[in-house]
Design a protein around this ligand. Sequence first.
Ligand code: COA
Length: 182
Amino acid sequence: MKNVQESQTTYTELMIPSYANFGGKVHGGIILAIMDKVAYVCAAKHSGSYVVTVAVEGVEFLSPVEVGDLITVKASVNYVGKTSMIIGMRVEAFNPRTGQSTHTNSCYFTMVAKNDDGSLKDVPGLILNSSLELRRFCEGKWLRENARHKKETLKGDLLHFSDDELSKTLIEENCILNNLLF
Ligand SMILES: CC(C)(COP(=O)(O)OP(=O)(O)OC[C@H]1O[C@@H](n2cnc3c(N)ncnc32)[C@H](O)[C@@H]1OP(=O)(O)O)[C@@H](O)C(=O)NCCC(=O)NCCS
């Protein structure tokens, strides 16, 4: 069993011009890549092993990040299963000239621990020391159950419906049904 604090990770990086898109703002993919690295560090510290990213939930860019901003990513283990860990991430952009800090993104990375031979590895449990940690753990449990349900829906559920049944659910949608060829 481990405390949340043992793996909590904070990382800050300067947003340089090569990170920008044609609109002059930082690419969302750059932020995601930084978050992935921080999630790795946090999960590797908790599990004491090599980890891989399995899924990312709840990514939403709330406001743009500017070149020259300092991005700070805070990560902590919110939930652990047998071999998986849900890492809660919070991203803030700090403008050093104005002193203004903006919350730009929060989301959840599911990471799985692996042994050297690639097999799944059991991870230590979590000692919950506060009401916040209890709440985050329960939230993670819900996310995991939801992920399972989503996976089943995407993989199988829609196969049981005919084209006709599915097309009736699209009346309000922004699409037209052309002659289906298969
Ligand atoms: C993810 C992976 C480990 C699942 O393998 P599997 O044999 O299907 O194993 P399981 O179904 O037992 O899942 C293992 C754990 O991952 C969790 N998991 C699997 N798919 C998940 C998903 N879509 N969302 C959240 N958690 C998921 C399971 O709940 C389980 O957690 P637990 O052990 O804590 O109960 C495997 O598909 C894999 O290695 N994928 C590649 C990951 C990778 O390389 N990432 C880097 C991409 S470049």
